[in-house]
Design a binder for this molecule. Structure first.
Ligand SMILES: [Zn+2]
Length: 270
């Protein structure tokens, strides 16, 4: 006669340790995706601390059948650890297994807390760094007032790199600051906005290359170079796209409570 655990008890044991093996030195996940999309593989075992039947490992004859099949007497283990504890009962006495169980339940709670831990402050710090990257003439001057298109293009490129890697290169090629790329942002909405900004920056560079190849603008003036765009709509697109980028950035700033966009902005007159 075996005093086996009910399914409810087995699930309880597994859930209380987050479906991980309770051996603190193992902690193997005992549940995972199967080959079929709806399959779940379970390699965990609800093991008896004191055996379910007479003659079994750590059997306690003073216990009632009810006690033997209660969750109190169970420990969730992976298959190899469940074999391990039964192969050497001197090494794995009742006290030790109860200690394992206690530790694992505490660790499962810690795991839960880790998941919900607030990453907002880290996100904010990173976003503050990204905001700094936009504080340069390439985002403030009108396209026709850009000193050199090559510099403008380089500034956009550097900003893209900064967003992706957290490294901002200055004009002379030195590294201004080191951080992480936007993929490290935990808040999905903020990350998506930064992704959008990045896409727009890439578009700016591509459009500039096409415009240059097509001779869509020409430089004039001495000393402070100005540009003349033959296509007014194109010129407006460059300016409005950057405006749009700063708008998205401003929205993020507002959300994180940072007043970072104090850039000097020139008046646009269409
Ligand atoms: Zn294990």
């Amino acid at each position: 006669m075996r005093d086996d655990f009910s399914q409810v008890t087995k699930d309880l044991l597994a859930n209380r340790v987050g479906w991980k093996c309770s051996n603190p030195n193992c902690r193997k996940a005992t549940r995972g995706a199967g080959t079929e999309k709806t399959d779940v593989i379970n390699i965990g075992v609800a093991s008896h601390i004191t055996a379910a039947s007479k003659g079994g490992p750590r059997y306690d004859e003073d216990m009632t059948a009810q006690e033997r099949k209660s969750s109190e007497n169970g420990i969730w283990l992976c298959q190899s650890c469940s074999k391990l504890i039964d192969s050497d009962v001197k090494r794995y006495p009742v006290d030790k297994l109860k200690k394992w169980k206690e530790i694992s339940e505490q660790m499962a709670v810690l795991d839960l807390e880790e998941v919900v831990v607030d990453k907002t402050d880290e996100d904010k710090e990173l976003i503050k760094f990204f905001i700094q990257c936009f504080d340069r003439p390439a985002f403030q001057d009108r396209i026709c007032q850009e000193g050199r298109m090559e510099d403008f293009d380089k500034a956009i490129e550097d900003t893209i790199i900064a967003l992706n890697t957290g490294v901002l290169r200055t004009r002379d090629g030195s590294i201004l600051k080191k951080s992480e790329g936007k993929s490290a942002i935990v808040n999905a909405e903020w990350r998506e906005k930064l992704d959008t900004i990045c896409d727009m920056l890439v578009a700016l560079r591509k459009r500039l290359r096409i415009a240059k190849a097509a001779g869509a603008y020409s430089a004039y003036g001495e000393g402070e170079v100005m540009y003349c765009f033959y296509d007014r709509e194109l010129e407006m697109w460059f300016d409005s796209t950057r405006e749009e980028i700063l708008k998205i950035l401003s929205a993020i700033c507002e959300e994180i409570g940072v007043h970072g966009l104090h850039f000097h902005r020139r008046q646009y007159r269409w």
